[in-house]
Design a protein around this ligand. Sequence first.
Ligand SMILES: Nc1nc2c(ncn2[C@@H]2O[C@H](COP(=O)(O)OP(=O)(O)OP(=O)(O)O)[C@@H](O)[C@H]2O)c(=O)[nH]1
Ligand SMILES: [Mg+2]
Length: 252
Amino acid sequence: MSVLTLLCRCHNHKKAAVHTKDEFNSKVKTACQEQRTGTVGRFKIAKVIVVGDLAVGKTCLINRFCKDAFDKNYKATIGVDFEMERFEVLGVPFSLQLWDTAGQERFKCIASTYYRGAQTIVIVFDVNDVASLGHARQWLEDALKENDPTNVQLFLVGTKKDLSSPAQYSQIEQDAIELAEEIKAEYWALSSLTGENVREFFFRIASLAFEANVLAELEKSGSRHIGDVIKINSNSNNVYATSKKKQSNCCQ
Ligand SMILES: Nc1nc2c(ncn2[C@@H]2O[C@H](COP(=O)(O)OP(=O)(O)OP(=O)(O)O)[C@@H](O)[C@H]2O)c(=O)[nH]1
Ligand SMILES: [Mg+2]
């Protein structure tokens, strides 16, 4: 289990306007301190879907984080796979369900049936393959068909950074940041082979998903405080009498 107390700050991406928050919302912090996070912490599991072209490194990314393993041999994902990862954010337990989907065209229609209900969409491309970045928009469009665009958090992720020279990388980075800004996604570049930025990236997903969930709970509860106990005592509306009355009505 990973313990998160602060949203990860990632200074590498200062240009990616997309990293706009580096502190938890104060309402969220207070709610956590006062243990008023409602269903978050008890039943809440955020669904994360990972999409992108074949062989860009989706499975390796999830395996590096969840199993600290890396396989240099390519084994295509057939349909979907998923992993659960448990976190503790601001002292509150929180889980991510990570859905690894197939990039191969022939498995795509099976995979897309699992897109629904995602809270986070991760669009993956290979920083050494411009075409895979070009296809990112299509992946996003397909994933959004099954989800409410106003309620999802987007991440654009460039993988295999270890394979590119700084000069090559900075070229594709510009295009990636431009796209990220346009689609309002956070941009991350990482390597599953070396592990660079992998942990930070998943911590960030967990933190933002957690924050969104707690804010939604607070909003839902309106003026009533989540976690408040509703007291029923002998002076309250007599629940027994009411139920008796109902019973007698029913027999008339
Ligand atoms: N050097 C390097 N190779 C990587 C990295 N990530 C993945 N690979 C390699 O890229 C190939 C494809 O990786 P996968 O993770 O299987 O790709 P995928 O996106 O899951 O592919 P599909 O399941 O077909 O959609 C494998 O041979 C990996 O070893 C990385 O960060 N660096
Ligand atoms: Mg795969």
